[in-house]
Design a binder for this molecule. Structure first.
Ligand code: ZN
Length: 137
């Protein structure tokens, strides 16, 4: 793998150099990957059955709680939240409030020579009654 590639394959796939990240996969992620990121708990963005034993898995604790309450699946994960920075294999994963539902996040993947912003496609830039609007990355 060289250069940058982003495409949709039952989930958003971001490839850069020898790194590969998968966002919101709806089936068990194939091939090698550095991490799987979940933007929020809506069923069209997360399929818990496909995520058992997937590691490392990154999401907010609120999203994990939504999945657990709705689907009965507890998924081992790295809990992140707005403003958090998690480093996996030298890639910095920054999390931002997506303002969509409780616990929804957008991410910036910082590869050092490239920063890539990722949303799950659902975000809201206007503050709503429950949630602050998305903050620009
Ligand atoms: Zn949604």
């Amino acid at each position: 793998m060289n250069g940058f590639r982003a495409y949709y394959d039952d989930g958003i796939v971001i490839e850069h150099g020898n790194k590969r990240f998968i966002i919101d996969p709806l089936r068990k992620p194939g091939g090698s990957f550095n991490a799987v990121l979940i933007t929020h708990g809506h069923r069209d963005h997360v399929n818990p059955r496909a995520l058992h034993k997937v590691s490392p898995l990154v999401m907010s604790s609120e999203t994990a709680a939504i999945i657990r309450a709705r689907d009965g699946d507890y998924l081992r994960h790295f809990a992140v939240g707005p403003g958090s920075r998690l480093i996996i294999d030298d890639v910095v994963i920054e999390s931002f409030n997506a303002g969509h539902v409780i616990g929804s996040l957008s991410y910036v993947l910082d590869f050092g020579d490239l920063r890539v912003g990722v949303t799950g496609g659902d975000f809201n830039v206007e503050p709503s009654i429950l949630l602050d609007g998305a903050k620009g990355a």
